[in-house]
Design a binder for this molecule. Sequence first.
Ligand code: ADP
Ligand code: GN1
Ligand code: MG
Length: 363
Amino acid sequence: MDEMIIRAVAGQFAIDGELTTFRKYGSGNINSTFTFSTDEGKKYILQRINTNVFSKPFVLMRNIESVTNYCRESIVKSGGDPERETLTIVKTKDGKNLFRIRGEYYRVYKFVTDCVVFDQLDNVGMFASAGTAFGRFAKLLDGYPIEELDETIPNFHNSKVRYRDFLKDIRRDPCGRVAECQEQIEKIKSRFFDLTRIVDYMEVGEIPVRVTHNDTKISNVLFDKDTKDALCVIDLDTVMPGSILFDFGDAIRSGASTEPEDGSNPEINLDYYWAFAENYLKETYGILKPMEIQNLAFSCRTITLELAMRFLDDYINGDTYFRCEFDDHNLIRAVNQLRLLESMEEHFSDMEWMISKLIKELQ
Ligand code: ADP
Ligand code: GN1
Ligand code: MG
């Protein structure tokens, strides 16, 4: 991206000092993220919102402002540091959440100081700590008034709608890629009921709709660089009504895999699974309904399958949604998420047994 634009954009925000250096930052698949420093020694995150994915950026920012204000109040009450434990939006000089230039939307956050972030963890204690952070976040959001939130991406985890679109895209085959994906397509089709079970229960009210994060992958948690404790849940773009099961499942999918999302032959690491679940349940046990508890282990399979389908669908559509580093990236991601799913299926009785053991300890 054009250096002039970044400088011009940063200058529109009420930052301390003037931009000195900036660089591309992070590994998010959706927005374009930069970090910059100022001559007053302050550091910020600047993001260009992906409007292909988030079509109403002002609505998105209204959600985030309201959710971060809510989190801030609670952090202050409990004696925490709101500048490190939640995102802090920096407004434009005329008080707006976003700056629009050339049809693109930019936002700025304060950079959370002394934090580190990982696409994959090599330390079970850190994943356990992420379990506490996501569990607390879920409990905190449980008190947030659901009617105040707009859906930033309608039907985000509605796997029935996603499946219908997937079948349409297979029929359209816009890039002639369907023939080479037959094996993966069949694996997804044969698991239709695994994909839709949670949504079915939600539709009849057996699994509650709550305010949830909806994108709990491990790179959406910041860790303290010294203590390595999980510090701050970020990427609040998809905080909206959903199921807590998708949040639990997605954290396990991304954090308890032996490989990164696109790494070959991933397996579920049951020690990581246990460590996360133990802390997550300690925080959320009091709010979870029996049907949620019963489906916790299963939710890991559902969300992994859903993401495999989303990656494959994007591959079939010509890679228009997820950021790709090379030609077959989405296909490789889909293949590997399906492998992770098979590993979860192989170990499913252990995964279920662990949840019941943890629940018994909490009763
Ligand atoms: P995306 O939606 O593209 O995933 P994120 O909001 O998750 O974008 O940001 C991408 C990356 O930028 C994160 O994984 C994290 O490394 C970093 N990041 C985002 N916000 C902050 C912040 N306030 N302080 C420090 N790092 C941040
Ligand atoms: C995207 O934005 P990021 O990289 O944290 C995606 C998630 C996927 C994830 C897979 C809004 O998350 O749903 O699970 O990639 N976010 C959106 O890596 O689609
Ligand atoms: Mg992210």
